[in-house]
Design a protein around this ligand. Structure first.
Ligand code: AMP
Length: 145
């Protein structure tokens, strides 16, 4: 299975935020879309950074409520790790596990193609295990499942 298989199921919609937006606008977008991270992009296509709820929590703990009016560019991560659509799913699993983050943008030829979250990866694993269980049951019982 490849990253593009995950995107085919979940879609390629990506919510981005401008680096100049303030942290309160960021929180509104996270709440509105029920997600934990946004891709920071000035033009909506190129990845300029990533910002997650954890960045907000750390900045709030360090600097207090003043953070809410700061620009997103003050708290986002600039060195973003991404994957290509043709990469195997194991690559994103390894990236998330080794680096302890839960979101990875999918980039092709410098352009944003989607985002894979740890929830997508877990869902994919469960679906795979379910399909395997079903075919093994069919094999043992002689029934087509
Ligand atoms: P997360 O677990 O995804 O909420 O993010 C935890 C931390 O890692 C935050 O500081 C994020 O800005 C950062 N982060 C999340 N995803 C990535 C990524 N793909 N590449 C680099 N940093 C990331």
């Amino acid at each position: 299975m490849r990253i593009s298989d995950i995107l085919r199921v979940k879609g390629d919609r990506v919510v981005t935020v401008q680096p100049t937006a303030d942290v309160t606008q960021l929180l509104t977008l996270l709440a509105e879309h029920k997600i934990g991270a946004l891709i920071v992009s000035a033009d909506g296509a190129r990845v300029d950074g990533i910002v997650s709820e954890r960045d907000v929590v750390r900045a709030l703990a360090a600097r207090g409520a003043a953070v809410l009016t700061e620009p997103v560019s003050n708290i986002h991560t600039v060195q973003v790790r991404s994957v290509a659509p043709e990469a195997p799913i194991e690559e994103v699993e390894r990236l998330m596990t080794d680096n302890r983050f839960r979101h990875v943008p999918v980039v092709e030829n410098g352009a944003l193609k989607g985002v894979v979250s740890i929830g997508d990866v877990v869902k994919n694993r469960i679906d795979e295990l379910e399909a395997e269980r079903s075919s093994l049951t069919g094999y043992i019982t002689g029934e087509r499942v």
